[in-house]
Design a protein around this ligand. Structure first.
Ligand code: HEM
Length: 231
C-alpha cells in the first residue's frame, strides 16, 4: 500500500500554477498603478520598464486570467451536468457546524475537533472567495479595458465604479493571498514549511487521516471492498 494518495488531478495542478503565476503578475503590475504616488510604487514601476509597459503586461495577463476563469467555470458546468465531478467544494450546513465546533475548540470550550471531508470549510471559503473575486476583477477589468465600447450599452457611471471596485478588490485579493493563503499553505504548523500537494498532486496518508479523516475513512473502506472483491 502506497503511503500517499492522489489529492489533485493534473488539470487542477496546472490550473493552480497558471492562476498563481498570473495573479503574481497582475498584483505586481496593478498595485503600483493604484499607489502611484508612493516611493516604492514609483521604484517598482521603474524596474518594470515604466507605466506603459506595466499597463500592457497587466492587460495581457488580465485577458489570460479571464480565459482561465472562463475555461474553469465552463468545464465545471459540463462536468456537473454529466455527473462526472464530485461536489466536494459545495458548501453545506455541515461546514457551518464545523466552523462553530472549531471556534469552540480554539477557545478552549471543548476538546472535540471537527472531522473534515475532502475540503474543510476554510478551503471552501477560499475557493468561492477566489471565484467571486475573479468575477469582480474580470467584469470590471473588461469595463476598464473597453470603456468607450461598453458605455454604449452601460451607464457611464460604470467606469468610475469599476475602477474603484477593481482596484479595491485587487488589493483585497492580494492581502487575502498574502495573509490567509500563505499561512495555510506554508506557515500552518501542520504543513510547515510547505504544502507540496497542489504541485505533486499527492498527499500522505498520515496527513489525510489527520486533516481529512472522513475522506480517509471512505478511501480505506473502498480499498477494503476492492480487495475483498478480488479475493
Ligand atoms: C486578481 C487579479 C487582478 C489584480 C490584483 C488587479 C489589480 C489592479 C489594480 C490595483 C489596478 C489599478 C487600479 C487603480 O488605478 O486604482 C488595476 C488596473 C487595471 N486592471 Fe487589473 N487587476 C487584476 C485583474 C485584471 C483583469 C482580469 C483585467 C482584465 C480583464 C484587468 C484589467 C485592468 C485594467 C484595464 C486596468 C486599468 C489600468 C490600465 O488602463 O491599464 N485587471 N488592476
Amino acid at each position: 500500500m502506497k503511503d500517499s494518495v492522489v489529492r489533485f488531478t493534473p488539470i487542477q495542478r496546472i490550473e493552480h500554477s497558471t492562476v498563481m503565476s498570473l495573479f503574481a503578475v497582475l498584483a505586481l503590475t496593478g498595485l503600483p498603478q493604484k499607489f502611484y504616488d508612493h516611493g516604492w510604487a514609483q521604484r517598482l514601476m521603474g524596474l518594470l520598464g515604466g507605466v506603459d509597459t506595466a499597463r500592457f503586461v497587466h492587460r495581457t495577463a488580465g485577458v489570460l486570467f479571464s480565459l482561465v476563469v472562463v475555461v474553469h467555470i465552463s468545464r465545471l458546468v459540463v462536468l456537473v451536468a454529466q455527473g462526472r465531478t464530485s461536489l466536494a467544494l459545495v458548501p453545506t450546513r455541515q461546514d457551518f457546524r464545523d466552523a462553530i465546533v472549531t471556534l469552540r475548540y480554539y477557545l478552549g470550550l471543548s476538546d472535540h475537533q471537527a472531522r473534515f471531508d475532502k475540503f474543510d470549510y476554510r478551503q471552501k471559503f477560499e475557493y468561492w472567495g477566489l471565484v467571486l473575486g475573479a468575477a469582480i476583477v474580470v467584469g470590471t477589468g473588461f469595463i476598464l479595458l473597453y470603456p468607450a465600447t461598453l458605455t454604449r450599452f452601460l451607464p457611464g457611471e460604470f467606469v468610475p465604479a469599476s475602477q474603484l471596485a477593481h482596484s479595491n478588490e485587487g488589493l483585497m485579493a492580494f492581502l487575502v493571498v498574502i495573509v490567509w493563503h500563505i499561512y495555510n499553505a506554508h506557515l500552518n504548523p501542520d504543513v510547515f514549511p510547505f504544502d507540496t500537494s497542489i504541485f505533486t498532486g499527492r498527499i500522505s496518508r498520515h496527513r489525510l487521516r489527520h486533516e481529512h479523516p472522513l475522506e480517509f475513512e471512505r478511501l480505506e473502506r473502498n480499498e477494503r471492498n476492492k480487495s475483498s472483491k478480488i479475493a
